[in-house]
Write a protein that binds this ligand. Structure first.
Ligand code: BGC
Length: 364
């Protein structure tokens, strides 16, 4: 008799075999839920985002054009041809949504956003569409929560049939009164609203203090939702990246700041990225550096060095990135000349090429 048949005829061995097969089946199911489908997909989507650029200061200005730049249809092709794989589109919905329930968004504005999104998708770019500069929610979060929910209800309805290449980002840079703790309480409600029409769409979420990397540790993303990408923004050292800019409430850091000021600056940048990648490994979440950039007031060689370093630290750890931004104060492309800052594009290309060759992750 075959050894297995003999075993199965023995009653205690039979129970043991049944028990064993239940355990094995359970183990296989657990393996399946851990490795199959959604979780894999969201990492693949993050890889597909690769390197992108923010269409900054356009639809996030109080009125498009007020900050000197507005979206032109040809920008999508210019960006795609330069090798970027996605655009992040910051949108100030709150300037175009009623102050009272049901907080209707101006249909003309919705149409304009739709046009910008569709133009970028048609150019073969992934699109990250967010809620940007919602100033009121940063100062009075409790009062504005319903408004943010209503804004997402309307965005969800408008883009309900959009392709998977469209990604949503719930809120840019929670800050001031909107602490990570308060933001954590809003996330599940917002997600369930969006998930009604977009059960599988990838959604980007970051923590408080202007999407600081240090807040990720406190950020609570619902465990059951595996279609999320965590984000943080990176502008360290601020005195370098924001030297001489004219939009800060406080006096801007003086121009002339070099990068790196010393070796410890390089070490601290690397350690910040390592902290995030350890968080990502522990929490099994893909990571997106949704903003990083240097104002044009910095010296060109330092600007190139910093951007290359950040892109490289990110790509070594499998993070996707989006430069801040296309053609304004931090811009990589000039409206006047119609030319890219080729040194920066070359620096980003060298990182992209390394990424495609599959460089190993540093900290996992
Ligand atoms: C803000 C922009 C600003 C940039 C760099 C972004 O999050 O929305 O207005 O230019 O950060 O400070």
């Amino acid at each position: 008799m075959h050894r297995l048949q003999r075993l199965l005829l023995n009653p205690s061995a039979k129970y043991a075999a049944v028990f064993l097969s239940v355990v094995i089946a359970g183990f296989c199911m657990a393996q399946n839920t851990r490795t199959s489908g959604s979780e894999q997909d969201v990492f693949a989507v993050n890889q597909a985002l690769g390197s992108g650029i923010n269409l900054g200061n356009m639809l996030d200005a109080p009125v498009e054009g007020e900050w000197g730049v507005s979206f032109q249809d040809e920008y999508a092709q210019i960006i795609r041809k330069a090798g970027f794989r996605h655009v992040r589109i910051p949108v100030r919905w709150s300037a175009h949504a009623a102050g009272q329930a049901p907080y209707w968004i101006d249909p003309a504005f919705m149409k304009r956003v739709r046009h910008v999104v569709d133009t970028c998708l048609k150019a073969g770019l992934h699109v990250v569409l967010n809620v940007h500069h919602f100033e009121e929610i940063y100062t009075t979060p409790e009062e504005q929560e319903a408004r943010l929910l209503a804004i997402w209800k309307q965005i969800s309805a408008e883009f309900r049939t959009a392709p998977n290449e469209l990604i949503f980002e719930l809120l840019n840079e929670p800050q001031a009164e909107l602490t990570t703790a308060k933001w954590n309480r809003m996330i599940p409600t917002l997600l369930s609203e969006v998930r009604q029409l977009h059960p599988n769409r990838v959604i980007v979420i970051g923590g408080g203090r202007w999407n600081s990397f240090e807040e990720l540790e406190q950020l609570q993303l619902p465990d059951s939702d595996r279609m999320l990408i965590a984000t943080f923004h990176y502008y360290h050292p601020f005195e370098f990246t924001h030297q001489g800019v004219d939009f800060l409430k406080e006096t801007p850091p003086p121009p002339g700041r070099k990068f790196p000021a010393d070796e410890s600056e390089v070490r601290s940048i690397k350690s910040h990225f390592t902290i995030v990648s350890q968080w990502a490994a522990k929490n099994k979440r893909p990571v997106y550096v949704g903003e990083f950039g240097v104002a044009q007031t910095a010296a060109q060689s330092d600007r190139v060095r910093w951007i290359q370093m950040i892109a490289s630290e990110a790509s070594d750890r499998g993070f996707s990135v989006a430069c801040w931004e296309f053609c304004s104060q931090f811009g990589l492309w000039s409206i006047e000349t119609g030319l890219w800052n080729t040194d920066i594009i070359r620096a980003l290309d060298s990182v992209g090429a390394k990424q495609e060759a599959g460089s190993p992750s540093k900290d996992r």
